[in-house]
Unconditional design. Structure first.
Length: 245
């Protein structure tokens, strides 16, 4: 069997595991997000390094919720310096600057994405939210996070500070295909599975809002007829309010 097939089968197995073990948490997360929007509060996403890709996945996305606010700090992303981003994500205190910059308030919800759940900025952000009445949904890898110690002075891990924990069910270290010649694995799963989990949460949030008689704000594809007209109305509404828009 080829390694490409191994990887696809690994993804299929994890999808089955998520469906069996995480659906309740996905629905719970959707209920929280629907309630947040119903109360005219905001939804933020925070991830560093490759986890930031999932914050971007749900933002300004065809078929996605409009009121999504990704916390995209350049120094924590990969485009400026991947090595630097690793160092910055471990800094304690930096999350406080971002919390104020993005004007996160009591009653808002923050989805914090971290495979390990152990770094300083991640734990800082979760602690700040907890202290200030902001709901926290963690998207993490429980197998990985329980395999190591926190890098935060509190000794806490992300999952310990979250109201809801979503597990991406990945392997320790994320890479999933074993190469005996190298004595190591390749091909990570967290982005593929994380995107699936988050979009499942979005789908259920939309359904919950519709059931409550609320018309959810959903981005259209700009590449279908009338897409630009739909999106331009939302841009006018939220421009200057959603920082990355």
């Amino acid at each position: 069997m080829s390694k490409s097939s191994d990887y696809i089968q690994n993804i299929q197995k994890i999808i089955e595991q998520v469906n069996l073990s995480q659906l309740g948490k996905i629905n719970e997360s959707a209920a929280l997000l629907a309630g947040t929007l119903k109360n005219s509060r905001n939804i933020f996403f925070f991830g560093t390094g490759h986890s930031s890709l999932l914050s971007q996945e749900v933002f300004y996305r065809a078929g996605g919720l409009v009121n999504i606010r990704p916390i995209l700090e350049t120094s924590m992303l990969l485009n400026e310096s991947a090595h630097k981003s690793t160092k910055v994500e471990r800094l304690e205190g930096y999350a406080g600057i971002l919390f104020e910059r993005y004007e996160i308030k009591r009653g808002d919800a923050v989805i914090i994405i971290s495979n390990s759940g152990r770094n300083g900025s991640t734990v800082d952000m979760a602690q700040l939210c907890r202290e200030r009445g902001v709901s926290v949904i963690a998207l993490t890898n429980m197998k990985h996070t329980l395999s190591g110690a926190s890098r935060h002075k509190s000794g806490k891990l992300l999952y310990e500070l979250a109201d809801i924990v979503l597990d991406n069910m990945g392997a320790i270290g994320d890479a999933s295909v074993w190469f005996p010649e190298l004595g190591r694995s390749a091909a990570p799963t967290s982005t593929v599975i994380g995107a699936m989990i988050l979009n499942a949460v979005v789908a259920q949030t939309v359904e919950n809002l519709i059931k409550d008689g609320i018309t959810p704000e959903i981005w259209s594809s700009s590449n279908v007829d009338s897409g630009d007209e739909i999106n331009n109305e939302y841009v006018k509404k939220y421009k200057g309010d959603i920082i990355s828009l």
